[in-house]
Design a binder for this molecule. Structure first.
Ligand code: URA
Length: 241
């Protein structure tokens, strides 16, 4: 693959901008400055440096972000900044078109914190968000009122939300304190946790997603930080491309 095409595929701008980066001496491979935008390289496992920052070539992007409170999961943020502003520009611009870049795998509310996956692989996003695939998502909830066993029983038995007569049930539900609950869902309806908790007569004060499939939010990933998913982590999500 030509270095200019490689840079384009990784989100460094239009083909012309990418050729310009090379011509301006801003791109290095293996410690060597590249001056020919047409230089052919094997992209597999290639580490390249653009303006002093190292990147590993990734055919597809799979990321995790520790979403902080106060960020929206939409590209065009309204009252709150977009989670996409927490990512470097190339990740937002991979693929080159207006609708390009990584997309959040489902959405978290502005005030929800925790594990958010992002990718530019449509099949991956579909697999993790489709209710057909039953990927469990674990939420840690702080409640306004003390939890009672009847509420846990109702969440497990199924509650009816206002937009669908079919009850939705938690796959698992465990008290983790007098006003705290760990809830596992395998679908992702709009405001589902908050609406389920309201349906049993309580209220969500704080909501944090701690796990998706077998992938926990790493303890050393601070709010606002992102990282690439490793092959093992992709496997923990039962995803093999
Ligand atoms: N359920 C909600 O109510 N909010 C979220 O952010 C995620 C799940």
């Amino acid at each position: 693959m030509q270095i200019q095409q490689l840079l384009f595929s990784q989100g460094f701008g239009t083909r012309r901008v990418c050729a310009g980066l090379v011509q301006q001496g801003l791109v290095e491979v293996a410690g060597r400055l590249i001056d020919d935008p047409g230089l052919e390289l094997d992209p597999e496992g290639l580490v390249f440096r653009v303006q002093g920052v190292d990147w590993l070539y990734q055919e597809r992007a799979y990321l995790m972000l520790h979403k902080p409170a106060g960020f929206e999961c939409s590209h065009k943020a309204g009252a709150w900044p977009s989670v996409y502003t927490l990512l470097p520009a190339p990740l937002r611009e991979r693929g080159g078109s207006a609708a390009a870049g990584v997309q959040a795998v489902g959405r978290l509310d502005q005030d929800t914190t925790g594990l958010l996956l992002l990718s530019d692989d449509g099949r991956f996003i579909h697999k993790l968000t489709s209710p057909k695939h039953h990927v469990p998502k674990v939420y840690e909830i702080t409640l306004r009122h003390a939890l009672v066993q009847k509420q846990i029983d109702a969440l497990l038995a199924g509650v009816v939300l206002d937009d669908d007569p079919k009850p939705v049930r938690a796959a698992a539900c465990q008290a983790s304190g007098p006003c705290a609950l760990s809830l596992t869902l395998t679908e992702g309806k709009y405001h589902q946790v908050k609406r389920m908790i309201a349906a049993v007569g309580n209220r969500v004060e704080q909501l944090h997603r701690s796990r998706i499939g077998d992938l926990p939010l790493p303890a050393d990933l601070a709010p606002g930080q992102w990282r690439w998913l490793t092959a093992d982590q992709l496997q923990a999500l039962a995803y093999r491309g």
